[in-house]
Design a protein around this ligand. Structure first.
Ligand code: GLN
Length: 548
């Protein structure tokens, strides 16, 4: 079949869940037997979000091929259970860098390089690459930001052109808007939606479907009004009331017959009947009364939960599948340094120390690791969290609080976490870390091997610093086990403590591969240990039996 494209634009305001919506639409199509991929077009000038602060951007999501991408790619991968690649996140910076490099090379000799057609052609080329590299039959493309932004104009122009390039039955435009509620009268308003559709039309795009997000139910009269004013079919006005949990969203869209409408418009017939029973079980499981486990996430960006999106999701997957409720406490590592938050830590069933960069809050993370080790509290260290676990143990073993990672102390006498020689020469900060999928061999008889139930895994990385092998023998003799190593034995990938119920750190980021239908083995093992600490019995629930 010809590749079909569904374009998502945003109207009225940003942050209304366009990413989750696109991901859920992808799921509807996958459930009908189609191969789906999703691409995010980000209008900012950075080449990728890898060099941005999490405060600006939230989490950086890493793909198999090492691309550092927008966190919406995490939603796409988790909802649809797919693996995306580098071409699935395009920024204005990438597009211009490419076009300018070609111009300098002389590829356009004699020509004047312009937004239309040169920039728009490059955008269209990159959209086409998604189908070529993933084999997707239906490509979903989400444009970041809101219609009316200066930055997104070239992207929208490219999408407009694609309709005439590819034909009406191969392209669809879905506009996601927001219906504000006027408190005084309790009324939902459609005017901002009308205006943003008008704005979109002035660019030459007429939406085929409008997804109207709101916090309160949308009645039929309002739906009719949007259909009339915005010139879309009534069945193509989809009210999307804020869901209590993310897993309800595909079910809501299914109920609104979005899948059927899209297929009809694209002249496709469903290849299989969607089976929503696992998703219904997932939602039912969320709603059930369950015993609660308390987990502290000790980080420095805790004010902004989006900075730890995948970690939170992974904990959610694991707890749901084990039949317990997650009570996640966001603990500021900087606070711990000032003796703030220790009471909270003392009441926890487990601690997660996630990834991070830079010195702020480091000592608090090390103290959290010390507390977990000495109090035998379950601990999961992710990347920086693993490194700090190693620093803590080295300080204890050597009786020297100066042991450190050279990221934070270049002159430490005990650089137990250090740069690899090949990282020392690097001067550019963007895209130069150890990124993406690497193999890790699990050592038999360890907690890690037991958790994974296999001896070789591939996990996603994003770090510059590594465990320093000069300390391996010493730390091993004192009870640290190096339970995951690169196949050549050179790089330490997982450490764990013997004589502790569960204290494990991974140099990679397991959170990028956890799925609602397939919780990550390390998160499952950690949550099981936390349940044991809480004195709660937990058991794997049969939510996705056919896929597990
Ligand atoms: N800052 C550390 C490093 O670069 C850890 C990175 C991370 O946690 N993602 O190695």
């Amino acid at each position: 079949m010809e590749t079909k494209f569904i374009f998502f634009t945003g109207g009225v305001v940003s942050s209304v869940g366009k990413g989750v919506t696109s991901a859920a639409v992808g799921r509807l199509l996958k459930e009908r037997g189609f191969k789906v991929a999703v691409q995010k077009l980000d209008p900012y000038i950075n080449v990728d979000p890898g060099t941005m602060s999490p405060y600006q951007h939230g989490e950086v999501f890493v793909l198999d091929d090492g691309a550092e991408t927008d966190l919406d790619l995490g939603h796409y991968e988790r909802f649809i259970d797919i693996r995306l690649n580098r071409v699935c996140n395009v920024t204005t910076g990438q597009v211009y860098a490419d076009v300018i490099a070609k111009e300098r090379h002389g590829d356009y000799l004699g020509g004047t390089i312009q937004v239309v057609p040169h920039i728009t052609n490059e955008i269209k080329r990159r959209i086409g690459m998604v189908a070529k590299t993933t084999g997707a039959e239906i490509v979903l493309v989400e444009v970041g930001g809101t219609v009316g932004d200066i930055e997104s104009l070239p992207f929208l122009e490219a999408l407009r052109q694609l309709r005439s390039d590819l034909g009406r039955e191969n392209t669809m435009y879905i506009h996601v808007t927001w219906l504000p509620l006027i408190g005084a009268t309790g009324e939902l308003k459609t005017k901002p939606t009308q205006h943003s559709v008008r704005e979109l039309r002035s660019i030459g795009i007429s939406p085929d479907m409008i997804m109207a997000r709101s916090d309160t139910p949308v009645d039929d009269a309002l739906r009719d009004k949007i259909a009339l004013h915005c010139d879309v079919d009534r069945q193509a006005v989809i009210p999307m009331v804020t869901a209590k949990n993310l897993y309800e969203i595909p079910l809501l869209l299914e109920e609104a017959a979005v899948g059927e409408y899209l297929l009809k418009r694209m002249h496709l017939t469903s290849r299989k009947k969607p089976d929503w029973r696992p998703w219904q079980r997932l939602v039912a499981e969320v709603q059930k009364e369950k015993p609660v486990i308390k987990i502290a996430l000790v980080g420095k960006y805790v004010e902004l939960h989006d900075a730890y999106m995948s970690v939170r999701e992974s904990l959610g997957h694991a707890t749901l599948h084990l039949g317990v409720d997650l009570d996640l406490h966001w603990v500021h590592s900087g606070g711990l340094e000032k003796n703030d938050g220790w009471e909270e830590i003392a009441s926890m069933d487990g601690i997660v120390v996630p990834g991070g960069f830079g010195e702020r809050g480091i000592e608090g993370k090390i103290q959290a690791a010390r507390y977990a080790r000495t109090e035998k509290l379950p601990y999961l260290g992710l990347c920086l969290g693993m490194q700090m676990q190693v620093v803590e143990f080295t300080r204890f073993v050597l009786g020297d609080e100066k042991a450190n990672s050279t990221e934070f102390d270049r002159t430490t006498p005990h650089p137990v976490i250090d740069l690899l020689p090949d990282q020392r020469e690097i001067v550019d900060m963007g895209g130069t870390m150890r990124l993406g999928l690497y193999p890790c061999e699990l050592q038999p008889g360890t907690i890690a091997a037991e958790a994974y139930q296999t001896n070789m895994v591939h996990e996603r990385h994003r770090h510059r610093f590594e465990f320093n092998n000069e300390y391996r023998e010493l730390l091993a003799s004192k009870g640290m086990r190096f339970s995951g190593l690169s196949p050549d034995g050179r790089l330490v990938e997982i450490v764990e403590m013997s004589d502790h119920p569960f204290m494990l750190g991974s140099q990679f980021h397991p959170e990028f591969l956890s799925r609602p239908n397939r919780p990550h083995p390390l998160f499952l093992a950690f949550v099981k240990a936390a349940c044991q600490h809480a004195g709660i019995s937990c058991k794997m629930q049969n939510i996705f039996p056919e896929e597990n």
